[in-house]
Design a protein around this ligand. Structure first.
Ligand code: ADP
Ligand code: ZN
Length: 819
């Protein structure tokens, strides 16, 4: 397809042509002509081009001397301007982007957007300034060029420059000066002002509106989110949680449903929020040293390798990462460290910062725009040579990478659940391969995929079987809730042994964590007459009750309403709240232990910017005795005073219609158990469950990774699930059920007809969530033996190029969940 049709000013031929990736949800790139004046355009430069009626900023991925073959009647449009006098992306990054687009069937322009400097596409980020060479320039005083040069002592946008020299026509002079190397165009650095974060809070009127008035879906979702939050919520968080491009915030404020407030002005640098960590010098243990020298050896050889670092919780994996960074720096190479969640960056960043000072940059989406842009350019310019961040940091503009660490590599959060649907762990491995770098995948519970690669010799395996200083792993005890229910009653949430342990530990000045991986107050609203649960009107999902049971919220689409008083199905009046979530457990703990200081950590309480760090630092300093929360609690923290971990409803995840359910449960339980007894005093873990005999629970309580691995692998082999095969999930959506099923049948038919060798086509069937946000969802699951993957992807790509299918079809390569 060509760039555009109606082009009056277009020339018919150009000295060179560019393929440009545009930020559009389309599979292809577009051809443009490079005018003579834009000689500096090469792959990796950002350019402005006309696309239909719009002007877009894209990235050049290829430059050719010959005109591309286009259908007759199409004329090639010229590139309008270039944003960069030298490319912002290197060949290595372009190659990686190409791989991501290809492997995940993702639009190349959307992939590249993640690689480009933050804020690409916003106006006014480009400024001009004088170069060093200009001080010796032989320009006479009166000319426009000289005046421009004089004015550009300070960096300026073209508009400011026009004002400064009192002339509208500075363009020619600028171009001359840039060509002569006297002026350069740079990315404008963030202003010194403190970024302002706007947040919203629900007003009384908003609360009433949510209870009484029929509201538009988006309005209802925004108000629901605010109603369940414990603090004002940043507008950015609302948009991202609800998947909105823009929120109806102004309208809502006009109606007095919400209040907008400027949230605590953030300090300028992401660093000042970190506080200071003081850590004594650490001498690596023998086990650590072995792994470190193995990594160093690979690094010295400058060859690509992947090491799976399987270390039990508290075995000192972090120290290995730090030493590896040290040797990368010594070899004059850069390092990238990925953590599974934004919230985990400060801890690692603090340690890195302590050792490597200003060479460290943090990169993640929760930074203010100025901060992010600043960090991005520090990395790009080579001032920061160690980068730590969450998923998207895998695309950071590092050059000469020697080391990529993926901590907790098994985490599902590395997978991006919107286009481009890449898994940052796998992209990291590919990036290491492209760069000839060492990848380290750290985990106490490696994914089945990574561990299998290691056992079969494609990756190296490094093991840390013991905790530092010979500290024992916590003692784990399974509490069978069938017995508890018999002895203590059907409504029991906290068993007697767990209560006693909480009492005992906290009164001894120790701390406790209570994990329940399900937020809200009650998990179902069930009709006593017809037995059906109240579902979301837009999704095939049961409503969760929040706010002490007053508000019924869909955890899929965010829609909420006052808790119904009648059954939607039979109009029955006796509705019964069943199941419990973290909000309820917090209430129970506070009632049962009035002397204990209890706080809750889940998505509802952690929406305010910085609240996570606040809470953790209050817990670390002993202001809080007990934290109750969801899986957020389980990861990465190192709190030496925690000696007790309680897990409620440990089997919640097992019921999920997903082949990874057991693996996830095992991982979560092992992780959270690893939070106990990391200090001098030994730890204890109590896991409440109705199925203590399930192998995921048995092996988790024995802290036996290998045992779990073997048993789970035999299921995966028998049922043909990864890691033995690769799966691709194809979802067809539609507002009409019939349209969705028709399209799904058509796609399945096409796939079957293509006779793809080594591929199994399952479905179509309704997806596990057969309806989400008012759209019906059908699923086709492809199971593929590795060598034919490419052929399958090619076929899928052809299907996605069909304009009708493009709109309703989602392809998820290597999905982490099958919902
Ligand atoms: P993991 O990430 O494997 O769960 P950490 O890296 O958090 O474990 O290490 C656990 C604790 O042990 C940390 O407090 C860390 O500072 C400490 N530690 C690590 N290595 C050593 C060592 N060689 N000597 C003493 N303490 C260490
Ligand atoms: Zn819903």
């Amino acid at each position: 397809m060509s760039a555009a049709r109606a082009a009056s000013s277009a020339e018919s031929s150009y000295p060179r042509y560019a393929r440009v990736a545009l930020p559009l949800p389309l599979q292809q790139t577009f051809s443009y002509g490079i005018p003579r004046a834009l000689a500096s355009v090469v792959p990796g430069c950002r350019v402005k081009v006309r696309f239909g009626f719009r002007v877009l900023i894209g990235c050049v991925v290829e430059v050719e001397d010959v005109a591309p073959a286009l259908p007759p009647e199409t004329r090639i449009l010229p590139i309008l301007t270039s944003l960069d006098s030298e490319p912002v992306l290197e060949e290595e990054q372009l190659a990686l982007a190409q791989w991501i687009a290809d492997y995940y069937l993702a639009p190349p322009g959307e992939v590249l957007r993640g690689f480009l400097p933050p804020e690409t596409g916003r106006a006014g980020t480009q400024v001009y300034r004088r170069t060093e060479a200009a001080s010796e320039a032989p320009l006479r005083g009166g000319t426009l060029r000289a005046r421009v040069l004089l004015a550009l002592e300070k960096p300026m946008t073209p508009r400011a420059l026009q004002r400064a020299v009192g002339s509208k026509s500075v363009g020619g002079a600028l171009r001359f000066l840039v060509d002569a190397g006297l002026v350069e165009r740079i990315e404008k650095l963030p202003s010194a002002s403190i970024p302002q974060i706007w947040a919203a809070a629900l007003t009384e009127k908003g609360r009433q509106a949510l209870e009484k008035e029929p509201l538009k879906a988006t309005t209802a979702r925004v108000l629901t989110l605010l109603a369940t939050a414990t603090d004002p919520v940043p507008l950015r968080t609302i948009r991202s949680e609800l998947g909105l491009k823009a929120g109806p915030f102004r309208t809502l404020r006009k109606r007095d449903y919400i209040r907008l407030l400027k949230q605590e002005a953030l300090p300028q640098s992401p660093w000042s929020r970190l506080g200071s960590a003081s850590q004594e010098a650490i001498t690596p243990t023998a086990a650590q040293s072995r792994v470190i020298s193995q990594i160093e050896e690979s690094m010295r050889a400058r060859e690509f390798s992947v090491t799976v670092l399987h270390g039990v919780t508290g075995s000192g994996k972090t120290e290995i990462y730090l030493r590896a960074v040290e040797s990368a720096l010594a070899a004059d190479r850069t390092s990238l460290l990925l953590v599974p969640e934004i919230a985990l960056t400060p801890q690692l960043a603090r340690l890195l910062r302590q050792r490597f000072k200003s060479q460290v940059a943090i990169l993640h989406s929760a930074l203010g725009t100025g901060e992010r842009r600043d960090e991005w350019w520090r990395i790009r310019r080579g001032e920061a040579r160690v980068v730590v961040g969450a998923r998207a940091a895998v695309l950071a503009p590092l050059r000469n990478i020697g080391l990529i660490v993926v901590d907790e590599e098994q985490e599902g959060s590395y997978k991006q659940e919107e286009a481009p649907r890449y898994n940052a762990r796998d992209v990291a491995i590919k990036r290491a391969q492209v760069a000839g770098a060492v990848a380290v995948l750290g985990s106490a519970t490696p994914s089945l995929e990574s561990y299998t690669h290691a056992l079969e010799g494609r990756y190296r395996l490094a093991t840390l079987p013991e905790r530092i200083a010979g500290r024992p792993l916590a003692r784990v005890r399974l509490i069978d809730m069938k017995d508890v229910v018999r002895e203590e009653g059907a409504e029991t949430i906290l068993s007697q042994p767990l209560r006693a342990a909480i009492e005992e530990r906290t009164s001894a000045g120790e701390q406790a964590l209570v994990l329940l991986n399900r937020r809200g107050y009650a998990t179902h609203l069930v009709c006593r007459e017809c037995g059906l649960p109240a579902n979301c009107t837009e999704c095939s999902v049961a409503l969760t009750l929040h706010q002490k049971g007053r508000l019924a919220v869909c955890h899929y689409c965010g829609l909420g309403r006052p808790t119904p008083t009648h059954c939607d199905m039979c109009r029955g009046e006796y509705l019964h709240q069943r199941g419990y979530g973290t909000e309820r457990v917090e209430e129970i703990l506070k009632e049962s232990f009035p002397k204990i200081r209890v706080s809750r950590m889940d998505r509802d309480t952690m929406r305010r910017k910085g609240s996570y760090e606040d809470l953790l630092s209050r817990f670390a300093s002993g202001e809080i005795d007990l934290l109750v929360g969801t899986q957020m609690l389980a990861k990465g923290h190192d709190f030496p005073a925690v000696t007790l971990v309680g897990v409620l409803a440990a089997d919640v995840g097992l019921g999920a219609p997903d082949f990874r359910a057991a693996e996830r449960t095992f991982q979560l339980l092992t992780q959270v158990s690893g939070r106990a007894g990391r200090g001098a005093r030994a730890g204890e873990v109590m896991i409440q469950t109705f199925c203590p005999d399930h192998y995921a629970l048995r092996h988790a309580s024995a802290q036996d990774y290998r045992g779990f691995y073997e048993e789970e692998m035999s299921f995966r082999r028998a049922l043909r699930y990864p890691p033995g095969v690769y799966i691709i999930n194809v979802i067809l959506e539609g507002v009409e059920m019939s349209a969705a099923t028709r399209q799904a049948r058509r796609v399945a038919q096409e796939l079957n007809r293509a006779n793809l060798t080594g591929a199994e086509v399952l479905g179509p069937a309704f997806a596990a969530r057969s309806k989400v946000a008012g759209r019906y969802r059908c699923q086709i699951l492809l199971k593929v033996a590795r060598p034919r993957h490419q052929e399958v992807r090619r076929k899928l790509r052809t299907l996605m190029e069909d304009p009708e299918l493009a709109k309703v079809m989602t392809v998820d390569v290597d999905p982490t969940t099958l919902h």
